[in-house]
Design a protein around this ligand. Structure first.
Ligand code: ATP
Ligand code: MG
Length: 259
């Protein structure tokens, strides 16, 4: 049965798409057959892998409109790595889902992906910041084979004072509620510290996060990299000798134990 990784956060700009891109390529390099699903109309993950073509091909928007899922999957050019891309129009599909006569359609994505799910070892979902109808659709995959990764970037507020823990708790509550009622599924999640610097703010934030989340925080942390802060389109995992690529590989090892 295929495994699922979902990367989501109530916050924007916390490296969700970068993490999805690197886990996708990392697991594919590890001989796993991976399907990445971009559910964010900003389409950053799609741009990374399909360049300008992401606009021209069928993707998640068309899938939700009833297109055959096989026509919405595209090869990235990397062995074992496919993607269902997003594009701007996805926001229209989201509105239609909300306005649907049949109530909120939280199972639509799950139903559309059924024909291909077991062709892959791993499905990786990138999501839009915050909680929207598309993200609730993605949360339906958080059954026993799914792992939610919540990235968190250290900020200068102490974590007790900031909205980080509160935001994450809200996210987790919303997920539990959104998952099929009555099945009492406890979503599996882990917090990932990212853009971690070697300074007082990061050190303090790290300590507080790890003591709050304990085994629910990854041991691996992704370091801050000034180079990545400036560029939007690089795949760090390919550059084997950099510290950040070593961290992504270590993260993959940790996830393998979890899945
Ligand atoms: N380790 C890192 N250190 C510094 N900057 C990073 C690092 N990883 C990614 N970035 C940069 O941080 C920015 C935000 O990353 P990304 O787009 O992955 O976040 P996101 O959570 O997907 O954002 P959004 O909520 O808008 O979808 C990008 O410019 C990216 O290149
Ligand atoms: Mg993103």
């Amino acid at each position: 049965m295929s495994k699922k990784i979902i990367i989501a956060s109530h916050k924007g700009g916390v490296n969700k798409s970068t993490i999805a891109a690197n886990l996708g390529l990392g697991f594919a390099n590890d001989k796993k057959k991976v399907l990445m699903i971009d559910t964010d109309s900003q389409a950053n993950l799609s741009k990374k892998y399909l360049k300008d073509n992401y606009r021209k091909v069928d993707g998640i928007y068309e899938l939700l409109k009833g297109e055959d899922v096989n026509n919405c999957i595209h090869h990235t050019g990397y062995e074992n790595l496919d993607i269902i891309p997003a594009k701007q129009q996805l926001s229209v599909a989201k509105k239609e889902m909300l306005l649907s006569m049949h109530g909120i359609q939280q199972q639509k994505l799950m139903r559309s992906l059924i024909p291909v799910i077991d062709k892959y070892d791993l499905l990786i979902f990138d999501t839009a910041p915050g909680l929207d109808i598309m993200t609730f659709n993605v949360f339906q995959f958080l059954d026993g084979t799914g792992l939610l990764i919540i990235p968190v970037v250290p900020d200068s507020n102490k974590i007790e004072d900031s909205d980080s823990i509160e935001g994450m708790n809200l996210l987790l509550e919303e997920i539990s509620e959104s998952i099929k009622a009555g099945e009492n599924i406890k979503p599996r999640f882990k917090v990932l510290l990212t853009e971690v610097d070697n300074d007082e703010v990061s050190n303090e934030f790290k300590l507080i996060t790890k003591s709050h989340f304990k085994e629910k925080a990854f041991i691996t942390e992704i370091p801050f990299s000034a180079k990545h802060a400036r560029r939007r389109d690089n795949f760090v995992i390919e550059k084997n000798r950099t510290k950040i690529s070593r961290c992504y590989k270590q993260l993959i090892d940790e996830i393998k134990e979890e899945l």
